[in-house]
Design a protein around this ligand. Structure first.
Ligand code: HEC
Length: 92
């Protein structure tokens, strides 16, 4: 990619809040993820973490959600969100 285009796309990412669009963002799983995980921070892009890290992070978020008075993820929600994150997870 030419340098100018690269710089422009970086700028676009900055302006949009450092957030690349979520993969397959109109799927039910992506929507569920966006809805359940954007209350305290933007939903992180799945490719930012490996599948193993996602498993850990979702576990770590659970008590935060409860402390904040939010309903915890149901087992179904947790499974759907994790399956989504792991499908698009990064590899290193
Ligand atoms: C109740 C608020 C809250 C909700 C809801 C929440 N998070 Fe978080 N999340 C946090 C806070 C606070 C941090 C800052 C880092 C920390 O304290 O661990 C964070 C950080 C993160 C990080 C970065 C952690 C790191 O070590 O770099 C990831 C990834 C993450 N959250 C994923 C999720 C996912 C996935 C969900 C939905 C299941 C979710 N979060 C829902 C509060 C929340």
């Amino acid at each position: 990619m030419p340098r100018a285009a690269l710089a422009l796309s970086c700028l676009a990412i900055l302006i949009s809040g450092c957030r690349a669009p979520l993969p397959d963002k109109d799927s039910p799983a992506a929507q569920l993820y966006a809805r359940r995980c954007d209350n305290c921070h933007r939903p992180y892009n799945p490719k930012g973490l490996t599948a193993a890290m996602w498993d850990l992070k979702v576990k770590l978020m659970q008590p935060k959600m409860e402390k904040a008075g939010m309903p915890p993820l149901t087992p179904d929600e947790r499974a759907a969100i994790l399956a989504y994150l792991e499908r698009y997870a990064g590899t290193d």
